[in-house]
Design a protein around this ligand. Structure first.
Ligand SMILES: *Cc1c(COP(=O)(O)O)cnc(C)c1O
Length: 364
């Protein structure tokens, strides 16, 4: 063993090249603020989940159930899965990080698409591996480009479906085509954070692919449609051998009692989820049509958010500043290589109307 006494402790190679993830802003001017920067739910959380969370306050001295059994059972019952193939995490972020930690190292490569979720390059670089970015066409994942990006060094492929920030998705036939082209030793990660919002018949989150193969996992979150982002709660469905690996390396109590209790109640409150779906199905197309009419190119989205591509002469940065003056917080997309775009979450009725009115004034 060599002991280096000089200098100061150094992180592993690659870590200092990581651009830290910048969350959506939460400050703007005015009294009525519409925070539309982080794809949070305009409906809040299920009242039953809030009540279940509150009830855990009387036993805060106790460690949570380290295997989140009640929550895995509730998820399994709701989606018809086997509870022992589920791992819960502190947000799906933690699960994505754990996967990268377990399956990537120096000399390895991991593939994601051009406008893929920015947590992937962070997780990849944090483990010393190299990101290979597959170009997109029409702000949509290009399966052929993803397949071309695979080399003998590839260990993982990340696919957000639908993708954030574009809102576009791949039909299940395309996901299967991607999987079929991957070597058996490459792990395909299907990040289905927005699955519940998708109404299209040709979409599937990926359960069948996970069930049938040894190299596919699906991650899901309570942060979006369930409105529990503050609790940090996500889950993964995977083959037994991957579940075993994650259970070896995760923190023994990685999910808190409050999150477990709220998650169980949220899973059981299907009526609340239906209301959230109905709200999104009403307002997403309305926003897309109204904003499109203003001369802003709206990327077709199946999520709870829209990517707005501003025309030259109407910079996205100026639109962002203009919206902020009206108390509307959008998300700048510079970090995604989309400096001409803003991402906007579908808000409540008032927020959506205010957004359209503000953008109308900005564009005229
Ligand atoms: C929001 C989001 C997640 C969820 O992250 P959590 O850590 O569960 O809050 C995962 N993937 C994508 C693409 C997202 O947009």
């Amino acid at each position: 063993m060599t002991i280096t006494a000089t200098g100061r402790p150094q992180p592993r190679p690659g870590i200092l090249e990581i651009e830290a993830y910048v969350p959506g802003k939460s400050q703007a001017k005015g009294t009525r603020i519409h925070k539309l920067s982080s794809n949070e739910s305009p409906l809040g959380a299920s009242p039953r989940a809030i009540e279940a969370y509150r009830a855990t306050a009387t036993t805060l001295e106790r460690y949570p159930d380290g295997s989140a059994t009640a929550l895995r059972n509730a998820i399994a019952a709701r989606y018809g899965l086997s509870a022992d193939r589920i791992v819960c995490g502190a947000g799906s972020d933690e699960l994505l990080q754990l996967l990268a930690h377990a399956y990537l190292g120096e000399g390895d490569e991991a593939v994601y698409s051009q406008y893929g979720f920015l947590v992937y390059p962070i997780a990849i670089a944090a483990n010393g591996a190299r990101s290979i970015v597959a170009p997109e066409s029409n702000q949509t994942t290009d399966v052929d480009a993803m397949i071309r990006a695979v080399t003998p060094r590839t260990r993982m492929v990340f696919l957000a479906n639908p993708n954030n920030p574009t809102g576009t998705y791949l039909p299940f036939s395309e996901v299967k085509r991607l999987h079929a082209a991957l070597p058996a030793g490459v792990l395909l990660v299907l990040d289905a954070a927005y699955a519940e919002f998708v109404r299209n018949n040709d979409y599937e989150a990926g359960v069948a692919l996970v069930s049938e193969h040894e190299n596919v996992v699906m991650t899901r979150t309570f942060s979006k449609i369930f409105g529990l982002a503050a609790l940090r709660l996500g889950w993964l469905y995977g083959p037994a051998h991957v579940v075993d690996v994650l259970n070896r390396i995760r923190g023994p109590f990685n999910v808190s009692s409050g999150a477990i209790a709220a998650g169980v109640a949220a899973m059981e409150d299907q009526a609340f989820v239906e209301r959230a779906i109905a709200h999104n199905s009403e307002w997403l197309p309305w926003l897309a049509a109204e904003i499109g009419r203003l001369g802003i190119a709206v990327t077709p989205s199946v999520g709870n958010f829209l990517l707005l591509n501003f025309p030259s002469g109407k910079p996205a940065a100026a639109a962002d500043a203009f919206l902020q003056e009206r108390g509307i917080i959008a998300r700048r997309m510079d970090a995604y290589g989309l400096p001409g775009a803003l991402r906007l979450t579908v808000g409540d009725a008032e927020a959506n109307r205010d957004v359209v009115a503000a953008l109308k004034d900005f564009m005229s």
